[in-house]
Design a protein around this ligand. Structure first.
Ligand code: ADP
Ligand code: MG
Length: 339
């Protein structure tokens, strides 16, 4: 009698346990059922952009991230009619009202100008136009025209009235946010993905790559650093989660003349392409900052670039000099596998 009751009791406990296990299993199935994955590629900001995400509605998240990147491009491209930057350029000599967003990115750009004594300078627009980078009319400009364009360059002449939310550049100056806007667009896209519940994702925009969390299988993202002279080779691989890598190289936009390479990263002090290094990769959390820093350090060159990055918390660098020597900053050395 006693034995029988004990058996019934054990059977009941086992039954309940089995039932609970089934409930947990179904719940888990439902959860993975709502975890979707999406990957899309579009051509935005003059470059191929790929976004990968997994989350509750990955497809909608990826679409929203692309929409945000297009919005940012429409605000910051100086080649689009009606963009905020076009309005500032067309209104040169006068105060032009700007949004908080435009004000903030201009201030960030000017911060990197201050930090580098003008190696990074958004007032290079006239110089970029003169060289014809980004067009099919690339050529070495005549000295007189170069001197005229150089006279319009100087970040200190960008005036900002924060309380009135106005910006003024000198008449004839052209600002160009090509050295920072793509990174900002990547940051914005990442924020959209995160807001849509994406816990694992990757945004690839030309030389700019940002990651959210780890890969869907739980391992870290492995991001290759492009070899500056062999388009299919890498100089190293960096393992990362929630981090960004941005590269500026002399191989992206350039033309050759008499065996000399002329590329789109200009030393604002000379008006000529910066020559000391051939590739700069920046590792850190914000893509806008990493983007500005990659251009900045490219212009500063190896020695001054090393000094800047080693004194800057939160950002690391890989610099390749003219001879192909690879230098890695101390904070990244343990995390990169050089090939
Ligand atoms: P990418 O075009 O791959 O994003 P960069 O981030 O290095 O490469 O940006 C290069 C762009 O930055 C140029 O096309 C030009 O628009 C702008 N630029 C060139 N030289 C400078 C400079 N010294 N300071 C700020 N922006 C620059
Ligand atoms: Mg840049």
């Amino acid at each position: 009698m006693k034995n029988k009751r004990a058996l019934i009791y054990i059977a009941a406990v086992l039954g309940i346990a089995a039932l609970m296990a089934v409930v947990v299993w179904i719940k888990q199935l439902q959860r993975t059922g709502t975890e979707t994955q999406a990957a899309k590629t579009e051509f935005i900001m003059d470059t191929v952009v790929e976004i990968r995400a997994s989350g509750p509605d990955a497809e909608a998240a990826v679409d929203a991230a692309f929409a945000e990147m297009s919005r940012v491009e429409k605000v910051f491209s100086r080649h689009l009619k009606d963009s905020a930057i076009t309005r500032i350029n067309q209104g040169s000599g006068q105060w032009v009202p700007v949004t908080d967003e435009v004000m903030a990115l201009l201030e960030k750009a000017l911060h990197y100008s201050e930090l580098s004594s003008g190696a990074f300078d958004i007032t290079v627009g006239r110089l970029i136009d003169l060289w014809g980078f980004g067009t099919d009319k690339q050529k070495i400009p005549p000295e007189t025209e170069l001197a005229q364009a150089l006279a319009t360059v100087g970040y200190r002449s960008v005036e900002i009235d924060k309380s009135a939310k106005m910006v003024r550049i000198p008449s004839g100056t052209i600002i160009d946010l090509g050295g920072i806007a793509k990174g900002y667009a990547v940051d914005q896209a990442r924020k959209v993905l995160e807001a849509k519940g994406v816990k694992s994702g990757m945004i690839y925009a030309g030389g700019d790559i940002t990651t959210i969390g780890a890969k869907p299988d739980g391992s870290s993202w492995r991001v290759g650093v492009q070899h500056p002279r062999e388009s299919t080779a890498l100089i190293g691989i960096v393992e990362m989660e929630n981090k960004t890598i941005v590269t500026s190289g002399d191989y992206e936009r350039y033309f050759m003349d008499n065996g000399i390479r002329y590329h789109h990263i200009i030393d604002p002090h000379t008006g000529y392409p910066a020559r000391d290094v051939i590739s700069v990769t920046i590792y850190g959390s914000e893509a806008a900052d990493a983007d500005a820093l990659s251009t900045t350090i490219f212009v500063l060159g190896l020695e001054r670039g090393k000094a800047l990055i080693e004194n800057l918390p939160g950002y690391e660098a890989v610099i390749v000099d003219q001879e192909g020597n690879v230098w890695v900053s101390s904070g990244l050395a343990g995390q990169i596998t050089l090939l």
